[in-house]
Design a protein around this ligand. Structure first.
Ligand code: SF4
Length: 1019
């Protein structure tokens, strides 16, 4: 507790049970929660009294997660000068004087608020805690938030720009200046652009952590060069939602739901993890029932009322059986279905012989799903039909309060996984729980992406290395196929940026990536922008040190609940110094070493690419207030906060602040709340001019699209034949806004899938996975490789010492029965054979996994190729350095290869070492896990483009020659597997209905011009 903070008097309410006690009583079933409502109301009274008392002192009241004042946060009025006792000085009472500076966490996609506790005496950050002013995270963080401090203080981090001094991958570097880096790269890019080689520039991002700054800037270069990690992450689920809604993510209102259905381990590691997890628990506390689909007994499954350990890839079958129950028992919201499904389009196209009436559609609907019985779903999923019936009956009780979520998990693991998300949203669509309190919203209505000072031009090129013709419906770039496309000679890259991205380690088929990254004919210059050492940076030409969360600027907004907010990430020491009156123009002056923030780097690089403005890039980065000068980061965000965020200038002014001062002080702003059913909004008269309407009620207008500041990603349905834009949909006598789909309705039936060659999947349906037992050989098992450890950060936590101590290995989950059959016990070495190689790992025998399925977490198995000792921070500019990597969670390995045969063997695990931080000498673990992804070939889903992560494997007792961590891969075989999946695709050349490469209405980052959309034969 701080010296200034005093608990409020408990008064005569102190005899009340605490909420924790109430919860314990009701959870063990001995008492009903409802019986405690009066007591809870008295608790509310006590909280109100504490609120009054705090506010009477002129301070902000934060009730905190436990709803008692003891858990309160520092009142924001005192953030400039906050005093706490130094815990390390105990038992002495030593006061520490702090300035609290907000930023946002960069350690997953949730961007929770953080408060940096900047020591006013030393101007060092001493800790990070939650920011109670952040509407998404509400002051709470997971373990990875506070561990940001470990990343900042990492003794092995990259602090200075390094340039390769030997062969790629040899580990020899020379420290260089930022000037040299900028001159070299900018000249190279300028030359490529002048020679029309725009397709040879590519920016490949792992964790974006921002809303479009860099992709807009790359587009301003006239380059279709954005590449993402989305197709190894979430493309499948996005496709499932996109075809329904025209928006590619769900936004469940868990806190107000009656039934919460999760397809993933949301409470520990799911999407928007902490913001969602706290709202799931809020819903459960209010009495919501929790249903969890998870093949593993995850921590989330342990909290469920109903845990369904489905066979991987069978989830859509179970969901369709639940849908069928709703349909056959007339438990669906038929009025909602009548109004919002595009059933007329379906009947017209597929059942022209029937009357176009809703009654006819309801009859057909019953027939369509009649075969999806619980017994059929049991056969596919291995979950008892009676349990499925119980769950279906529960879903039927939810009405409009059904919150659901699928993001990675089953959608990302399986061929056809996109239909898992489509079948899941079918339940929301049937129950009418679409954008209702306690229901599930589309993402874009809960996300606010502010318009920047300048929007870029549309690139005039189409990049076939990211959007090949074989995958016209892919949700995002087929990024993980890049080395195979290069291998086939489909193009080459002159400048390839990897940014907070580690394809060698993160992607499947890492050795094929190494083959591409070491071939200078395929990749001319590889620039790794990274805050930490990683396996791919080892194969770079430049390794450039970028900032962690508290060392950079970004804005972002995510769909965490029924509201919209903006979070502002900022370099906290820069802001702290500015508050003390210093002028700081460049984050390199306040960050460790020469760590630079990316915004400043990209602005400066763009400025240098086009010094005379002849390439049209310079105006994009030129200052508006000081023409002739490069725009500063302050100007960029000042403009955005002044002009693009409704309500921010007024709120800031109430605090006597400018908008940017407000964001620097509080770190987040709530733009809106209680968004509701946007699709039911009536279109205003002012938007209706010379309207036209198609036979299904889609309404088009001639009024131009309003220039809204919110750039949240939504599909853009095509205009009608006479150039009118779609504006709404006729519903009874009104024109309503509807959904951004071609029909304006929820597309139960997808004409897009029909027109582009996939008529069999036009409705929510079940696609049997490539790892279903009926598809695999009898001696094969399904390997689940996608589950996350809640305390690791993909490839950026190797030196997060607090996290490493909690989790540092990834044994293979193996069911007791399978272990007995194979004669294995806990800790025994097993060889896991994939289609193209194998890895050797330890077995963890458990009842927590379904028989016939094994699981191995990612995040683990990090490696480095040497124990080099001379770090970039210890040498001057121009002097030689050696690559060192990170020592707390990376094994030192040797890699050998003869042509296509690659072997990796570990030499040493982690061990204690001496630095200024005494904790590095206390490292007690040596095991850092096994890098399984190296042994996976690519599996591009033919529709969504998603890499289908699950593997059909053979698990064997290791031989006497096998050693822990051994890896073997044949990359020629992995190319064959790539070719075999490629054959499943139905490409635009043969299936495009209109000579374009992709349906124009589908979301695509920074769409190229209409001409670029045309297939080469049409241009
Ligand atoms: S959930 Fe955890 S890692 Fe993700 S942003 Fe929040 S605090 Fe950071």
């Amino acid at each position: 507790m701080s010296a200034h903070e005093r608990p409020p008097p408990r008064g005569d309410n102190s005899s009340l049970p605490t909420e924790k006690e109430l919860r314990r009583k009701t959870e063990n079933g001995s008492e009903r929660y409802e019986d405690h409502v009066p007591a809870l109301e008295r608790l509310e009274e006590r909280v109100s009294a504490a609120r009054e008392q705090t506010e009477s002192r002129g301070e902000t009241f934060y009730p905190g997660p436990s709803r008692t004042h003891l858990a309160a946060f520092p009142p924001r009025e005192r953030w400039d000068h906050w005093v706490e006792l130094d815990s390390k000085a105990w038992p002495d009472r030593k006061e520490r004087q702090y300035m609290l500076v907000p930023t946002t966490c960069f350690n997953c996609e949730s961007a929770c608020g953080l408060l940096a506790y900047v020591d006013r005496d030393t101007l060092e950050v001493r800790k990070f805690e939650g920011n109670p002013e952040h509407p998404g995270s509400r002051g709470r963080n997971c373990a990875k938030g506070p561990a940001t401090l470990n990343q900042v203080e990492d003794p092995d981090r990259v602090l200075y720009p390094l340039k390769r001094a030997g062969e790629r991958g040899e580990g020899k570097w020379v420290r260089v200046s930022w000037e040299e880096v900028l001159d070299d790269i900018s000249l190279r890019i300028r030359t490529a652009l002048e020679e029309g080689r725009n397709r040879e520039i590519m920016y490949h991002v792992g964790r974006p952590g921002e809303d479009g700054f860099t992709e807009r800037l790359i587009a301003a270069w006239g380059v279709d060069g954005h590449n993402s990690h989305t197709n190894i992450c979430s493309s499948a689920a996005r496709a499932g939602y996109q075809f329904w809604l025209g928006m590619d993510r769900p936004s469940p209102d868990h806190a107000h739901a009656d039934v919460i259905l999760l397809i993933s381990s949301h409470l520990e590691a799911g999407h928007y993890f902490n913001p969602h997890a706290q709202r799931v628990m809020e819903g459960v506390k209010k009495g919501a029932k929790l249903i969890v689909f998870d093949t593993r007994l995850s921590n989330t499954a342990t909290h469920a009322d109903h845990w369904l350990p489905t066979q991987p890839g069978s989830e859509a079958a179970v969901l369709l059986a639940i849908a069928n129950h709703l349909i056959q028992s007339d438990s669906y919201d038929s009025e909602f279905v009548r109004r919002w499904f595009n059933w007329e389009q379906y009947l017209s196209a597929e059942k022209p012989e029937l009357p176009r009436s809703f009654e006819a559609f309801e009859t057909v609907l019953k027939e369509l799903y009649a075969e999806c019985t619980f017994e059929w779903a049991e056969e596919e999923s291995g979950v008892d039909a009676e349990q499925l019936r119980e769950v279906a009956e529960l879903v039927a009780t939810a009405g409009s309060k059904l919150s659901t979520h699928n993001w990675r998990s089953a959608a990302s693991g399986n061929e056809g996984g996109w239909q898992v998300a489509r079948a899941l949203f079918f339940l929301n669509a049937l129950t009418g729980s679409v954008a209702t309190p306690g229901g599930t919203y589309p993402s874009a209505w809960h996300k606010f992406v502010p318009k920047p000072i300048r929007l870029p031009r549309h690139p005039e090129h189409w990049n076939d290395l990211t959007w090949p013709e074989e995958y016209p419906l892919t949700m995002y770039e087929v990024s993980f196929l890049l080395p195979h496309l290069l291998k086939e000679g489909r193009g080459k890259l002159d400048v390839y940026f990897t940014r907070v991205y580690n394809p060698v380690w993160t992607n499947p088929d890492g050795f094929t990536w190494i083959e591409a990254l070491t071939d200078e004919d395929k990749i001319g210059l590889h620039v790794a922008l990274t805050p930490t050492w990683n396996e791919s940076a080892y194969f770079a030409d430049y390794v450039l040190p970028m900032g962690h969360g508290p060392e950079r600027h970004d804005v972002h907004s995510y769909e965490t609940h029924d509201g919209q907010w903006i979070g502002f990430r900022q370099p906290v020491l820069r802001t702290a110094r500015q508050r003390l009156g210093e002028q700081v123009a460049d984050t390199r002056h306040t960050n460790p070493g020469e760590v630079w923030e990316e915004n400043e780097f990209w602005l400066e690089l763009s400025w240098r690419i086009d010094p005379d403005g002849s390439l049209g890039i310079r105006p994009f980065v030129e200052s508006e207030t000081n023409p002739g000068e490069r725009m500063t980061v302050d100007e960029y965000y000042e403009w955005m906060f002044d002009n693009s965020i409704p309500g921010l200038p007024e709120t800031a002014s109430e605090h006597g602040l400018t908008p940017i001062e407000y964001m620097r002080k509080f770190g987040a702003f709530e733009v809106d709340r209680d968004i509701g059913q946007v699709y039911e909004t009536e279109v205003g008269e002012e938007e209706l001019d010379d309207v036209a309407e198609d036979e299904f009620g889609r309404v088009y207008t001639r009024t131009p699209k309003p220039s809204l500041p919110n750039l949240a990603p939504m599909a853009a349905p095509d205009s009608d034949d006479e150039g009118r834009r779609p504006v709404g949909v006729r519903m009874d006598e009104k024109i309503l806004k509807g959904f951004p789909t071609p029909s304006g309705k929820l597309e139960f039936y997808s004409p897009t899938l029909v027109r582009w060659g996939w008529p069999e999947y036009a409705l929510p349906t079940y696609i049997r996975s490539h790892v279903h037992p009926k598809v695999m050989d009898p001696d094969q098992m399904c390997l689940i490789s996608t589950f996350r450890l809640p305390v690791q950060i993909h490839t950026r936590s190797a030196n997060s010492k607090w996290l490493d101590e909690i989790a540092h290995t990834n044994p293979l989950w193996l069911n007791t029965r399978d272990a007995e059959r194979m004669g294995l016990k806990n800790g025994d070495l097993v060889r896991v054979e994939t289609e193209v190689g194998y890895f050797v790992v330890k077995a963890w025998v458990t009842e927590g996994i379904k028989p016939g399925v094994v699981a191995c977490s990612h995040h683990m198995g990090r490696w480095k190729l040497s124990d080099g000792l001379v770090h970039g921070s210890e040498v001057g500019v121009g002097e030689r350095a050696e690559q060192m990597g990170q020592r707390q969670l990376m094994a030192t390995v040797g890699i050998d290869h003869k042509k296509d045969q690659w072997k990796l063997r570990r030499k040493r695990g982690a061990s204690a070492y001496e630095t200024d931080d005494p904790d590095t000498s206390r490292i007690w673990w040596t095991d850092v896990g096994v890098h399984q992804n190296l042994t996976f070939p690519v599996h591009p889903d033919p529709i969504s483009g998603m890499h289908c992560w699950h593997q059909a494997v053979r698990v064997k007792k290791a031989s006497s020659r096998d050693r822990y961590g051994d890896i073997y891969v044949d990359t020629e075989k992995s190319h064959e597997v790539y070719r075999s999946w490629l054959r499943k695709s139905r490409g635009a050349v043969d299936h495009s209905p209109d000579g374009t490469r992709r349906p124009h209405w589908l979301i695509r980052p920074l769409k190229p011009t209409d001409d670029a959309y045309k297939l080469p034969s049409q241009s």
